[in-house]
Write a protein that binds this ligand. Structure first.
Ligand code: SME
Length: 319
């Protein structure tokens, strides 16, 4: 299930960068929490004209990562006894805190902080309060350290254990491309190459729940070779993510299919999807490659690059 928590631990640049690398984290927003004025600006917060705290909202998939792991990391990456100060920043907006939205998260935070306190003589200075409001910070603050590598960061980003990190997909795609090169054959019908490609991809990528091809005639896309549960047979060119990707001739990534109005649901357990247009040797658009996942936000730029490379490899053998 998709869940969210708002936490603070000093400058939101480093906090956002740290938690964004975590497996199961769908999105992290930098922003201002518990402000006494609506939608405060950075300047207002900095000038102490508000009660806001620099915070991050983490949206995560609780089937992959849980809140207690995130709280443990919060305790590890900041100075937990420091009041209104982390790293090079001083001021009440740099206090640390957990801002809960339900009783379950509240009691988890309290019990974990109680345990943390037993390891310290000084008082743990992480406030635990109900979330009153959260407004996203200005765009230039979002993913600041990705936009400005080497920018100020008070957190050691390397403290995230490898086993909690998002997977590096590059090596998976490299292997898949190598395997596919050995499997594809120009002398067999398209359907044969599609069948083996779907099987290879489903086998290789643990986060793919459904992999298959929708192939076009003059008016529709029809279900082609696939791996996974039975799926819908026929899709209009302007319907579904498949139809949109086909008619726009572009790769589409949907991080949460439940909030995508044109998504056609085949399996209710699917949470995210990527669709890539498919061409043949003559450069004619012939269909799409469709991949679903049970995870939210399973697909990113690395999948786009990887799957587009796979489709280009296929193109060389397709009539
Ligand atoms: N979700 C697709 C339909 C096909 S299934 O994912 C296998 C879509 O919206 O086009």
């Amino acid at each position: 299930m998709k869940k969210e928590i708002v936490i603070a631990g000093g400058c939101f640049w480093g906090m956002q960068a740290f938690f964004a690398q975590m497996d199961g984290v769908i999105e992290v927003k930098a922003g201002y929490a518990n402000s006494d004025i609506q939608n405060p600006t950075y300047e207002e917060v900095k000038s102490h004209l508000t009660s806001a705290v620099e915070a991050i909202k983490i949206i995560f998939d609780d089937s992959v990562v849980n809140l207690s792991l995130m709280f443990s990391y919060l305790f590890k990456i900041i100075d937990v006894t420091s009041v209104d100060h982390q790293g090079g920043d001083f001021g009440h907006q740099y206090r640390s805190g957990i801002y809960y939205q339900n009783e379950e998260d509240h009691s988890l935070a309290l019990s974990m902080i109680k345990e943390l306190q037993s390891n310290y003589k000084d008082k743990v200075a992480i406030e635990v309060l109900p979330l009153q409001n959260f407004s996203p910070a200005e765009e230039y603050h979002q993913n600041y350290l990705t936009k400005n590598p080497g920018g100020y960061c008070h957190i050691n980003l390397a403290q995230l254990d490898k086993k909690h990190k998002k997977q590096d997909k590059t090596s998976l795609y490299k292997e898949a491309i190598l395997n596919l090169r050995g499997l594809l054959d120009e002398t067999v019908p398209n359907v044969t190459n599609f069948a083996n490609s779907a099987a290879l991809l489903k086998e290789k990528f643990p986060y793919f729940s459904w992999v298959g091809f929708y192939l076009a005639d003059d008016s529709h896309l029809y279900l082609g070779p696939f791996q996974g549960k039975p799926a819908c047979l026929k899709i209009d060119f302007d319907k579904g993510i498949c139809g949109k990707s086909f008619s726009k001739r572009e790769t589409i990534i949907i991080k949460d299919v439940h909030v995508c109005p044109h998504h056609i649901a085949c399996d209710s357990d699917t949470n995210s999807e990527i669709v890539v247009p498919l061409y043949n040797q003559k450069n004619a658009l012939i269909g799409v490659l469709d991949v679903d996942s049970f995870h939210f936000a399973a697909f990113d730029e690395q999948d786009k690059i990887g799957l587009e490379a796979i489709v280009q490899l296929l193109q060389k053998v397709l009539d």
